[in-house]
Design a protein around this ligand. Structure first.
Ligand SMILES: Cc1cc2nc3c(=O)[nH]c(=O)nc-3n(C[C@H](O)[C@H](O)[C@H](O)COP(=O)(O)OP(=O)(O)OC[C@H]3O[C@@H](n4cnc5c(N)ncnc54)[C@H](O)[C@@H]3O)c2cc1C
Length: 462
């Protein structure tokens, strides 16, 4: 029986980052992970494999759509799906091995197996019970399905099955027009699959700035996506070769069905805390299966903390990481804090979509006086050179102070461009601060500066 300053349950981005920071701060730390490899959902079946397939399918699309325009001639490549899968797994392997290396480097103990918490201060893994001053629940999340829909991960799949389909389907119905559904749909649409998205709400990407969501939907339609919005899925019936999705349109109650080789259920994720024994411990739970925590990540049991997808807030890897770092500081007797007002969110389609801070709809609902500065990528030289002049940057500022309140980008490298605005927001910067900062030419970042200029006297190239 070993005694640790902290035992972290789960080696996803929340857990492994928390462990590394604990070690850096001089704590004796162990991580329990039930999966064979480190890195959690993110590295094994989430962010990383999906981005590998997005990259591969985007490259395929580029060769077919844009190479000839640039005078790059020659036989267009075909897809070897098993090789593409092997490439994806290699990327996953490199990353999970990387975390193993970091564990060794930081002298973090990896306890292999599934953990439960028999009593405060104790963690059971198999027959062994380990003691710790602090225990951290970083057990993440799992896909949530629809009532009555049975997932077999072959024909009716979640994102996990969609990452490892036996072959590229001819047709796919995606249930849910959120981030995961649209990213996975993009992968297959670029590889030739006819993708139809069925969404309960009347718009895609719920919660996103409405102007961006509309522009995004238009672009995806041009890419071949079909959307059925305002549709409540009634059933998914498996056949011999595929499955049939039946929905009811909310506007007139009319029913319709579509058969497809593959049905992807992308209706969100729910916290995963099974087997931990939280009920027996009397841990207070929050809504939707989350572990309830205060703003120092404390649960209702002293010495027991929780972070990441298992608690409230956006289910994002970087949110989990930030919580992991902040909690390590707290457990080491320092100050840890996460600014939930400046957590970017990115969709890695082409074009990318990125957001931070408030939306225009939120500002209107609050009745707050604001300015919106917009700049289209059509006016950005670099974007035109790479055939990605669709989309725009929109910066929202306080009308009186010019302080940046939010930003919404749809366009090339939006997921990287957003961080300039995150830093500006952390420093309480105004749009003028960004507008007065010299930006290298020709870069996509110039579009951010131009949007900041548009909050004042006007953009130059619009
Ligand atoms: C397809 C897909 C794409 C995504 N893309 C992105 C993206 O691009 N960007 C982004 O920010 N987010 C993305 N996400 C979300 C991201 O993966 C999660 O927000 C993130 O992984 C949460 O981190 P976590 O540490 O809280 O939990 P997880 O990463 O889920 O890790 C939890 C770990 O705990 C382990 N565990 C659970 N219970 C126990 C137990 N009792 N004992 C031992 N081990 C246990 C699990 O095996 C797991 O490895 C994506 C998710 C999916 C599914």
């Amino acid at each position: 029986m070993a005694a640790y300053d902290a035992i972290i349950i789960g080696a996803g981005p929340g857990g492994y980052v928390c462990a590394i920071r604990c070690a850096q701060l001089g704590l004796n730390v162990a991580v329990v992970e039930g999966r064979e490899t480190l890195g959690g959902t993110c590295l094994n079946i989430g962010c990383i494999p999906s981005k590998a397939l997005l990259h591969a399918s985007h490259s395929y699309h580029e060769v077919h759509e844009n190479f000839e325009k640039m005078g790059l001639m020659g036989g267009a490549p075909t897809v070897d799906w098993s090789k593409m899968q092997a490439y994806k797994q290699d990327v996953v392997g490199q990353n999970t091995k990387g975390i193993e290396f970091l564990f060794k480097k930081n002298k973090i103990t990896w306890i292999k197996g599934w953990a439960s918490i028999p009593e405060a201060g104790k963690v059971r893994v198999g027959d062994e019970v380990h003691e710790a001053k602090n225990i951290v629940i970083a057990t993440g999340s799992e896909p949530s399905s629809l009532p009555g829909v049975t997932v077999d991960e072959v024909r009716v799949v979640t994102s996990t099955g969609a990452l490892t389909l036996a072959e590229i389907p001819r047709t796919m119905v995606v249930i849910g027009a959120g981030v995961i559904g649209l990213e996975m749909g993009s992968i297959y649409a670029r590889l030739g699959t006819q993708v139809t998205v069925v969404e309960y709400l009347d718009a895609i990407t719920p919660g996103m700035d409405a102007e961006v969501a509309k522009a995004f939907q238009k672009i995806l339609v041009k890419q071949g996506f079909k959307f059925i919005l305002g549709a409540a899925v009634q059933s998914v019936t498996k056949g011999k070769t595929g499955a049939t999705v039946t929905w009811k349109l909310k506007k007139d109650d009319s029913e319709a069905s579509l058969a497809a080789d593959t049905v992807l259920v992308a209706t969100g994720r729910k916290p995963y805390t099974q087997g931990l024994g939280l009920e027996g411990l009397g841990v207070e739970m929050g809504p939707s299966g989350t572990v309830k925590t205060d703003d120092h990540f404390r649960t209702s049991i002293p010495g027991l903390y929780a972070i990441g997808d298992a608690i409230a807030g956006p289910m994002l890897a970087h949110k989990a990481e930030d919580e992991g770092m902040a909690l390590a500081e707290i457990m080491a007797g320092k100050h840890g804090h996460v600014n939930y007002g400046v957590i970017p969110s990115v969709i890695y389609t082409t074009p990318e979509v990125a957001n931070v801070g408030v939306t225009e709809e939120q500002l209107k609902a609050e009745g707050r006086a604001y300015k919106a500065g917009k700049f289209p990528f059509m006016g950005n030289a670099r974007a035109k050179a790479v055939f990605q002049a669709e989309g725009f940057v929109k910066i929202l500022t306080d009308a009186a102070t010019d302080r940046i309140l939010g930003a919404h980008i749809i366009g090339p490298q939006a997921g990287d461009l957003i961080h300039e605005i995150c830093v500006a927001m952390e420093f309480g910067a105004s749009a003028q601060d960004l507008a007065l900062t010299c930006h290298a030419h020709p870069t996509w970042s110039e579009a951010v500066r131009e949007a900041a200029l548009a909050c004042g006297d006007g953009a130059i190239h619009a």
